[in-house]
Design a protein around this ligand. Structure first.
Ligand SMILES: Cc1cc2nc3c(=O)[nH]c(=O)nc-3n(C[C@H](O)[C@H](O)[C@H](O)COP(=O)(O)OP(=O)(O)OC[C@H]3O[C@@H](n4cnc5c(N)ncnc54)[C@H](O)[C@@H]3O)c2cc1C
Length: 440
């Protein structure tokens, strides 16, 4: 089959790789001149199966109210006259019940565990290098209450096979000695030894290079302007090439992996995706004092920041702002990250050479991505990965390649469309009513 993949971020390039592996003729289209130039460019670097507690959880509504209007809040809703933002917000609230949270954690852990296995196998098979570290992820808490509240989700994750251990402050410092200066602030931590970290942009670039060597085509600097259906199928993709000319591209199947921009292109087909951009920031700086710099990937619960060591660089990322598609750097939010880094690891990084970045997470209200079929039999989704697109990339890419090929996915997950109804398929429940994909 000829398959077109729209988007050359983490999800598009992994989809293309596995589609090619299954013998298809594959072409990837992206408006940027390079792969991983948008949200997959400078993320937090964590491959974190343990980061499975969704933003929508029973404690979220109260926290969100407390944070409303606070410029440096970890998760900030900037209320706009935007019907899509309000609809997303209402769906988010519906996902905050204990039952929905448990259901969503299950989806996220199952896909994450599978994805980490697929990543490892791929890394070994292809000899990939992307500043990866396999020292686990340490999630630390500075509030006793939040630490207590973390016990139940950690226990649920252990039941699902994710070895998320509960540690004392002293045990946390033994795992990451760079935290010793902050030990007095720590209430405790959880540690997941199997989790990893690495530079997602380097990974995508290297996978795309090896994919191209095996025949994957890349049509970069091409803007997708519309998807056209005819006769109950997707008929063609309309693009503008770098010279400004319109082209019509046809294929047997099309996979949409356009991140936060996926809904706009699907809406005219009557397919409504519950994805809203959640802007986040990262800071990348060279290590200045290796003795003070962290090695293990960390999550700071209170500030909702993640810290990864990418070779001789420190990457710190986090915060989420629901404010449409603008990507302007907000100084207050950037400075809030820098202040926290200096508080925890004073002198570790070279602040004068810090590079700031922002990206738009394609967030669903449940944090569960949209992978699978739609109402059009040759149109597929691999999008809506929100905070965990790097963690879920390889498993999602392999799963969508199997679904497009008519094969059963290898993981128990709520795929969209017909995949979960296919006989012999191991998948769990269909997409929940609270996160509808109208028309899909
Ligand atoms: C601050 C921050 C920190 C994060 N940290 C982590 C982390 O530690 N671990 C983790 O697992 N995840 C993390 N994430 C999430 C992860 O980065 C995303 O989920 C992931 O990058 C999404 O990948 P994607 O391929 O769906 O989207 P993208 O990377 O945005 O790819 C979509 C592609 O579509 C292209 N495109 C869009 N519209 C068009 C069009 N009309 N025509 C042509 N091309 C188009 C874009 O150019 C882009 O290349 C983080 C995200 C942010 C913002």
């Amino acid at each position: 089959m000829k398959v077109i993949v729209l988007g050359a971020g983490l999800l598009g390039v992994t989809s293309a790789w596995f589609l090619r592996e299954l013998g298809h003729e594959v072409e990837v289209i992206d408006r940027q001149a390079a792969c991983a130039a948008e949200t997959s460019f400078a993320n937090g670097g964590q491959v974190s199966v343990s980061h499975a507690e969704p933003w929508a959880n029973p404690g979220a509504p109260l926290k969100l109210l407390k944070w409303l209007g606070r410029e440096d809040a970890p998760l900030l809703f900037r209320l706009r006259a935007d019907a899509r933002q309000w609809a997303w917000g209402l769906q988010f609230l519906r996902e905050c019940t204990p039952a929905r949270t448990r259901h969503n954690i299950r989806q996220i852990v199952q896909l994450g565990t599978y994805s980490r296995q697929v990543l490892r196998a791929l890394r070994q098979e292809l000899g990939l290098h992307y500043d990866q570290r396999t020292q686990g992820i340490l999630h630390f808490y500075t509030s006793e209450r939040e630490f207590e509240a973390a016990h139940a989700p950690a226990a649920q994750m252990r039941e699902l096979g994710c070895d998320r251990r509960v540690l004392s402050a002293a045990e946390a410092v033994a795992i990451e000695p760079a935290l010793r200066g902050a030990q007095h602030q720590l209430a405790g931590a959880t540690y997941t030894p199997e989790d990893e970290s690495g530079d997602a942009q380097r990974f995508v670039t290297e996978l795309a290079r090896q994919g191209a060597a095996r025949g994957v085509g890349f049509r970069l600097s091409h803007q997708v302007t519309a998807l056209h259906a005819a006769g109950g199928r997707l008929d063609h993709v309309e693009v503008i090439d770098p010279q400004g000319r319109y082209q019509r591209l046809q294929a047997d199947a099309v996979v949409v992996a356009l991140g936060a921009f996926s809904p706009a292109l699907l809406q005219p087909l009557g397919i409504r995706l519950p994805i809203y951009p959640a802007k986040g920031y990262s800071v990348t700086m060279p290590v200045r004092d290796p003795g003070r710099a962290h090695q293990v990937s960390l999550t700071d619960d209170e500030y909702k920041l993640v810290f990864s060591r990418l070779g001789d660089r420190l990457r710190i990322a986090g915060t989420a702002e629901l404010n449409g598609f603008e990507r302007q750097l907000n100084r207050v939010r950037c400075q809030a990250i820098v202040r926290r880094v200096e508080e925890l690891f004073p002198g570790a990084g070279d602040l004068e050479r810090a590079q700031f970045w922002s990206g738009l997470r394609p967030a669903t209200p449940s944090n569960v991505p949209l992978i699978g079929g739609t109402a059009l039999p040759n149109l597929f989704l691999n999008t809506g990965h929100g905070t965990l697109g790097w963690t879920h990339a390889c498993g999602s890419g392999r799963s969508i390649a199997r679904i497009v090929s008519g094969l059963a996915p290898e993981v128990d997950f709520a795929f969209t469309g017909a995949a979960s109804r296919r006989p012999g398929h191991a998948a769990g429940p269909r997409r929940p009513a609270a996160a509808p994909i109208s028309g899909a």
